[in-house]
Write a protein that binds this ligand. Structure first.
Ligand SMILES: [Zn+2]
Ligand SMILES: [Zn+2]
Length: 379
């Protein structure tokens, strides 16, 4: 029995072959399987993923509530190492650690040049490609489109775990206060403290809010909310949240109310909690009809502003967010409550979708795959 010794750097044609990935086959049907490994074209790069996570949106996909094509690799958050650079990508090196945002703007279309990066391509939500319109990050390798605009180099002193949540939920959560232009000392209410709501709470603190009031009934999330920066957490199961917010603000109402769940009741409570001229900053994903009750909207005469934000992406956004972590302005690692290997990711989906065992976010680690041997491509 002889063991072939493989050269340290494999010839390029052996970089084809297969990889493990989580594939969506249809509602409630996902599987980890062998699929073709991507190769970069012009302006693209391939990264070897080292850490990913599961988003609430992935659960909507799994349940068939958000349609994607069967056969798609899902997931849209990735930390990894550059494995291969396509032509036209400069300033990067193979082996470099990078964070890639969930939204991958091209940086050149009219939406991008208007500053609406997340709406890249001119269609709503067009900037969200991974695990939506192209293969996603719950895989050993990920093809990054518009790589020049979307790979952010990770400083050596930051771990994968410290930056993974910046790809989506932190960028989204923080953006609520940025879009609402929170001023120093503003009072801010945040409806629901799931992972995005918790990041919205942290974002309100980062933006210099005074009083931060959160609404949540889950005990684990209530506790984490205080840790992320809430001064008060109200339980919507036991109090009238809007009335209580008015009481806590001396009858005034909050300057900014953030909706972080995507339901009619939370949207309405956010509206009812606002002071006249206040801003409702919406992050939730709604389905069906969303009503604006005329009484809560002062019949349209209350000077209320309603703004929505889809996760800001791009490498400059990721660089800025990493700087917040690096300078210890925020620490998101407490949100990573569980760790799984990619091979067990379907167990992670089960836990995450049922919100069992106090789960907030799961870290999904990916082993360095074994080097390919000649003949592997045929498997
Ligand atoms: Zn997401
Ligand atoms: Zn664009």
């Amino acid at each position: 029995m002889s063991t072939a010794v493989l050269p340290k750097s494999l010839p390029k044609d052996l970089k084809t072959g297969i990889m493990k990935a989580l594939v969506f086959h249809g509602p409630n049907h996902i599987e980890v399987e062998n699929v073709p490994r991507p190769r970069p074209g012009y302006g693209e790069a391939v990264i070897r993923v080292t850490l990913t996570t599961i988003c609430g949106t992935d659960i909507h996909i799994l349940k068939g509530e958000y349609p994607v094509k069967p056969g798609l690799i899902i997931g849209h958050e990735a930390v990894g190492v550059i494995d291969e650079l396509g032509p036209g990508v400069s300033g990067y090196a193979v082996g470099e650690r990078v964070l890639v945002g969930a939204i991958t703007p091209c940086g050149q279309c009219s939406s991008c040049l208007n500053g609406n990066w997340a709406q890249c391509g001119g269609t709503p939500v067009g900037g969200w490609r991974f695990g939506n319109t192209i293969h996603g990050a719950q895989a050993e390798y990920l093809l990054v489109p518009y790589a020049q605009a979307n790979m952010a180099s990770i400083p050596d002193d930051l771990s994968d775990e410290q930056v993974i949540l910046l790809a989506d939920i932190a960028s989204t959560g923080f953006s609520a206060s940025e879009s609402a232009d929170v001023q120093l000392g503003d009072s801010v209410a945040v409806m629901a403290q799931g992972p995005i709501g918790l990041c919205a709470t942290a974002g309100a603190k980062l933006k210099g809010a005074g009083l931060i009031i959160a609404s949540e009934s889950n005990p684990v999330r209530k506790e984490m909310s205080l840790r992320m920066g809430a001064n008060v957490v109200l339980d919507p199961k036991s109090v009238d949240v809007a009335a209580e917010i008015r009481r806590l603000t001396n009858g005034r109402g909050v300057d900014v109310a953030i909706e972080a769940l995507g339901t009619q009741p939370t949207f309405e409570t956010a509206l009812r909690a606002l002071r006249p001229g206040g801003t409702l900053s919406s992050l939730g994903v709604y389905s069906g009809k969303l009503n604006v009750p005329a009484d809560a909207f002062a019949a349209g005469l209350g000077d209320y502003k309603i703004v929505t934000t889809l996760c800001p992406g791009g490498k400059e956004r990721m660089r800025r967010l990493m700087e917040l972590v690096r300078q210890k302005r925020v620490d998101l690692t407490p949100l990573l409550t569980h760790t799984f290997w990619l091979s067990d990711i379907t167990d992670a989906y089960a836990l995450f979708s049922k919100q069992q065992d106090g789960v907030l976010k799961v870290a999904v680690k990916i082993n360095e795959p074994k080097p390919l041997k000649p003949g592997d491509e045929q498997r």
